[in-house]
Design a protein around this ligand. Structure first.
Ligand code: UT7
Length: 332
């Protein structure tokens, strides 16, 4: 029997309608369009403004978009993995709710949290379930409502993040397409530099923590930047070497959209031509778990069967890694 690999066979996405531009941010904090554009590459981001709605709202829409495009019966899905750093609630699981809402009544579901690397880690997890032969259809969703944990008076974070969702379907492949190799890393040294201090088991929410704004994201951007540049570039270079891939062999770099300069540094280390680097950070900012599937969705028409893609991400924790995947279809 030929080896089973896990291939991506469909993608879907959703972003909210509301646009927060750099120009509007100029009216909220001491910043300007020129600084944000040159330091991050971001021009605008989307925010979920629907009253009483959380991450699941966007995750459901992204999954429904995929189901419709792929003409897939949700009852055929075996597993739903919900990659997110902003679950609807700490308990119960967001993925379980999403699976039920989309009609994936035969699936089991769970949440996976690895900050901005959640989706990348989710690709590894989904792929392992498929390659084991246990499951045939695994839906991996990456969604985050970052606006729910951002302080819009903190210019160090509010200019970066946005809301969005993307979904991919993993299925078995016997032609050698799909996930080929992965390097996943983590290092607890990162805990101090990118965190939400309160609301967890160390510091449960209280009047005091809210007053101190400890339920918002704190980021020491400069330090995270340094680790992100070396971390993402190192694993991307290593996965190329270990698979004997020269820069000409790579068709696309699908990298976490946190900062244009981090993506460029990774692409430079890989000696990749700019035309092979997928970018949509200007439209959405950093959507955390949604950046990678939003890229696949935006650029799906350009991806061809057999294309060699390197995925790379870096996030809080720290968590980071790279995945080498062969694309499995050409969109008609
Ligand atoms: O996705 C999860 C992982 N996260 C990341 O990968 C994010 C990594 N970090 C970054 O992307 C960048 O560090 C930031 C975009 C957050 C900041 O860019 P930076 O080039 O590292 O800026 P900086 O913090 O070193 O600040 C440079 C200057 C400072 O002024 P002085 O001291 O040089 O006078 C800041 O006060 O820019 C100032 N500054 C700003 N100015 C206008 C900081 N934030 C802003 C702002 N608008 N929003």
């Amino acid at each position: 029997m030929s080896k089973i690999t896990a291939a991506i066979t469909a993608v879907g996405s959703y972003v909210p309608d509301f646009v927060l531009s750099n120009q509007v941010l100029e009216t909220l904090v001491d910043t300007n369009d020129e600084w944000i554009t040159t330091r991050t590459g971001i021009k605008e981001r989307r925010l979920l403004k629907e009253e009483g709605q959380g991450t699941s709202f966007m995750a459901i829409k992204a999954a429904q978009n995929l189901l419709e495009k792929a003409n897939l019966d949700p009852k055929d899905i075996d597993l739903v993995i919900m990659a997110t750093a902003t679950p609807d609630m700490p308990v119960a699981s967001t993925g379980v709710y999403v699976a039920t809402q989309i009609g994936a009544t035969n699936a089991f579901a769970f949440d996976l949290q690895a900050a901005c690397s959640s989706f990348l880690y989710g690709m590894s997890t989904a792929s392992a379930y498929i390659a084991s032969g246990k499951y045939k259809k695994v839906l991996l969703i990456g969604a985050d409502k970052m606006s729910s944990i951002i302080d819009y008076t903190d210019r160090a974070t509010c200019i970066i993040f946005g809301d969005g969702a993307g979904a991919v379907l993993f299925e078995p492949n016997t032609e050698g397409l799909g996930l080929q190799d992965e390097i996943l890393k983590s290092d607890g040294i990162g805990r101090e530099f990118l965190k939400i201090e309160a609301g967890g088991s160390i510091l449960p929410p209280s009047e005091e923590t809210v007053k101190n704004k400890q339920h918002f994201v704190f980021q020491d951007g400069k330090t995270v930047f340094k680790y992100a540049v070396s971390g993402m570039a190192d694993v991307s270079e290593k996965i190329m070497q270990r698979n004997n891939l020269a820069h000409d062999d790579i068709n696309w770099l699908v990298a976490h959209q946190a900062n244009r300069r981090i993506i460029d540094a990774t692409a430079n280390r890989m000696e990749l031509d700019e035309s092979k680097v997928l970018i949509n950070i200007q439209k959405y900012g950093n959507t955390t778990s949604a950046t990678l599937p939003l890229l696949l969705s935006d650029f799906e028409n350009q991806l061809k069967k057999g294309d060699n893609i390197i995925f790379a991400a870096f996030g809080g924790g720290f968590t980071w890694g790279a995945i080498y995947l062969k694309w499995a279809y050409t969109k008609k």
